[in-house]
Design a protein around this ligand. Structure first.
Ligand code: DGL
Length: 273
């Protein structure tokens, strides 16, 4: 089937953190219809094997393609690290956007001293996908990768500004490897919610002014550029239509979603596996 501008964009994540990307896309591309799929039955992806994450990502991709959609956004760093190529192979002519390459380009553009830090889930960090892509984008770059797994449940609990969250942020950011970086990539969908707290830690404890790369903005810009390039950008309409699917539903997801999207949404439960 030929792709049409009028089709929705499909977006998926392991759960609700991908809503930070949805929020950025809704702001930048208000005319576009969106179908969101959160794999809440299988979250977190961040400590699972790349093979398992890839099998989930492919099942979700097939569901989104069946809607159909004109583009797919992998709004999850762990799924992007484990499955971007496999998703693109299954998607065929449907353009696929992941969250890693836009953040890498932004980091390469901002860094002045070529010393860049990355924080993310264990599976993302152990894939070294950021290191690999940054080494291509910025030859001679010094890259410090750190898994920061406690940040995801902490943020989902809504602990962004209390004594515990401050201690956890301090404990992770006090890594001496970060001492003289000038750019830090937030390599996880959840981390934009504590961007200011992380920036404040660097300001108070390290010598360099720091640029914190929030991939949600970078991804929304990359999607806009990619749709324009493929002549798939929707430019005029009255009101966009949004659908939100989850593979498992509890009332608790409602509160977490509000944290990421800053408004209430209606979820539909969908079995795609
Ligand atoms: N969405 C995941 C990511 O960006 C974080 C949550 C999870 O581990 O599933 O890596």
């Amino acid at each position: 089937m030929a792709l049409s501008k009028d089709l929705p964009i499909g977006i998926f994540d392991s759960g609700l953190g991908g809503l930070t990307i949805v929020k950025a896309m809704q702001a930048l591309l208000p005319e576009e219809d969106l179908i969101y799929f959160g794999d809440t039955a299988h979250l977190p992806y961040g400590d699972k094997s790349p093979e398992l994450v890839q099998s989930f990502a492919l099942a979700i991709t097939r569901f989104l393609l069946s809607q159909p959609v004109k583009a797919i956004v992998i709004a999850c760093n762990t799924a992007s690290a484990a499955a971007a190529q496999a998703v693109a192979a299954v998607a065929g002519e449907v353009p696929v956007f992941d969250v890693i390459s836009p953040a890498v380009s932004e980091a390469a553009r901002h860094s002045r001293n070529n010393r860049i830090g990355i924080i993310g889930t264990k599976t993302t960090v152990h894939s070294h996908v950021y290191r690999t892509q940054l080494s291509f984008a910025l030859s001679g770059a010094h890259i410090v990768e750190k898994a920061t797994p406690l940040l995801v449940p902490m943020i989902e609990e809504g602990w962004l500004h209390n004594a515990v969250s401050q201690d956890v942020i301090d404990a992770y950011m006090s890594d001496t490897g970060f001492f003289d970086i000038d750019t830090l990539i937030l390599g996880c969908t959840h981390y934009p919610l504590i961007k200011n707290q992380i920036a404040a830690y660097f300001e108070a404890n390290y010598p360099n002014p720091i640029t914190v790369i929030d991939s949600s903005l970078a991804v929304a810009n990359a999607v806009k550029a990619g749709l324009t390039q493929n002549d798939l950008l929707r430019t005029q309409r009255s009101k966009a239509h949004y659908q939100y699917f989850l593979s498992d539903y509890t009332i608790h997801f409602q509160a977490a979603a509000k944290l990421f999207l800053e408004r209430e949404v209606v979820f539909e439960k969908k079995e795609v596996f």
